[in-house]
Design a protein around this ligand. Structure first.
Ligand SMILES: Cc1cc2nc3c(=O)[nH]c(=O)nc-3n(C[C@H](O)[C@H](O)[C@H](O)COP(=O)(O)OP(=O)(O)OC[C@H]3O[C@@H](n4cnc5c(N)ncnc54)[C@H](O)[C@@H]3O)c2cc1C
Length: 382
């Protein structure tokens, strides 16, 4: 049996960011166990959008920390295209409230007019929008490359990363988690076990008596050929028809869904890895109505990923259940942009800090993390 100060289950963005941050804080005896390959889970499917438009202040602040990390770390594929979010009349007060709160956090964001949006995104139908917010420093990056960057940084500072090494179970001794059992029967003991296994976390911690309210939800993504070049347009978040659009590095468009009113539960090991016909019809209707200036758009391909969703669409980061167990899961579709901050926060907590915002017990306490300026019709994604 081997023994380590910290064992991290899951080599996705969050597990790797935590490993890198722990080694930066001097905790070098870190072992990461990944059942497949680094970045092969939800991370490999991420749209990689970076924006700070969140109503929950700590999430907005973490995203802002992410913006500065992506700007200052070359080689991660970050493109500073800007980010625009548009809302209908019923959500103008919420947009203004959010922008005011974000500016207080130091985030560069302003309310802009229809003409300014049209100048950046020609061909957009803007008449059913009542207001827009613009973050010039938003954009999109590459989640897979970012995950590899964290892995490399952790390795360089002493962490070990074992791929193709599934964890079968947590090992407990009395009321303490003392390590993990691998699928091949070997045991690894640990001072702290961090479960950062994305949508797989719930099943992993359940036998230790931890009821993690994290559920996998399937999310289809469509890649479209715009029919003519659109240039370096900002990421566009459409809170009227509930879609988001960004460019791909090759000029195609990535179209995602922002309507989580009827989430589609999924098994993260067995879900349809493409858009269905109804998914495509919905995407086509929304896109062609919103972008009449791109009449020759055609869908090139599609795929699907799984969000690991919590009841308030915010992550769980902190000790959970038995002593020795720490969970970082339930990133609910936001985990790319906040991953640099997640590593820092988790490492601070594992080395003694008490940062209760993302505690698991908030659900049982009836105190979910919710936005003071929620958007009607746009669920908790904001
Ligand atoms: C379609 C899609 C679009 C997204 N778009 C955005 C976006 O635009 N912006 C944004 O900020 N976020 C976005 N996200 C969210 C973000 O990508 C995720 O929150 C983030 O990548 C999750 O990282 P993770 O490390 O928590 O999970 P994962 O990447 O899923 O990593 C968990 C890892 O654990 C491993 N594992 C599981 N079980 C075991 C086991 N028993 N033993 C060992 N290893 C195990 C898995 O193989 C996996 O590699 C999106 C997500 C999806 C799916």
């Amino acid at each position: 049996m081997s023994a380590h100060e910290v064992v991290i289950v899951g080599g996705g963005l969050e597990g790797m960011s935590i490993a890198a941050a722990l080694t930066r804080r001097g905790v070098r005896d870190v072992l990461v166990l990944e059942r497949r390959t680094v970045g092969s889970g939800g991370t490999g499917k991420s749209s990689g959008i970076v924006r700070c438009h969140y109503g929950v202040p700590i999430l907005a602040a973490m995203a802002w920390e992410g913006v500065r990390f992506f700007e200052n770390t070359p080689g991660l594929g970050f493109r500073r295209t800007g980010y625009v979010v548009g809302v209908g009349p019923e959500n103008v007060a919420a947009l203004e409230g959010n922008v005011t709160a974000q500016r207080k956090l130091g985030i560069e964001v302003s309310i802009i007019g229809h003409d300014e949006v049209l100048a950046m995104w020609p061909g957009l139908e803007t008449k059913d929008f009542a207001a827009f917010a613009y973050e010039p420093r938003g954009g999109h990056g590459d989640a897979y490359r970012t995950c590899q960057h964290f892995a490399e940084s952790a390795r360089r500072s002493g962490a070990r990363i074992l791929q193709h090494t599934p964890v079968a179970a947590l090992v407990t001794d009395g009321d303490r988690v003392t390590g993990v059992r691998l699928a091949d029967g070997r045991r690894v003991s640990a001072g702290t076990v961090v479960v950062a296994a994305g949508a797989w976390s719930t099943a992993l911690v359940a036998p230790a008596g931890v009821d993690l309210p994290v559920h996998a939800v399937r999310e289809p993504i469509v890649i479209a050929d715009p029919g003519k070049p659109v240039g370096e347009v900002p990421v566009f978040s459409d809170l009227v028809s509930l879609q988001y659009v960004r460019t791909e590095p090759d000029g195609r468009l990535l179209i995602g869904n922002s309507d989580l009113s009827t989430p589609e539960p999924a098994d993260p090991d067995r879900y349809l890895n493409r858009a269905t016909d109804p998914d495509l019809e919905r995407a086509a209707t929304r896109f062609t109505t919103r972008f009449p200036g791109l009449p020759d758009v055609s869908f090139a391909t599609s795929y699907a990923g799984c969000y690991d969703v919590t009841p308030d669409f915010n992550p769980i980061i902190g000790p959970a259940g038995p002593a020795g167990l720490f969970v970082a899961a339930g990133f609910s579709g936001h985990g790319f942009k906040i991953s640099p901050a997640v590593g820092r926060i988790a490492a601070e907590m594992i080395t003694g800090a008490d940062l209760p915002d993302f505690r698991l017990t908030r659900f049982a306490e009836g105190r979910p993390l919710t936005s003071p300026h929620p958007y009607a019709g746009a669920g908790e994604m904001r």
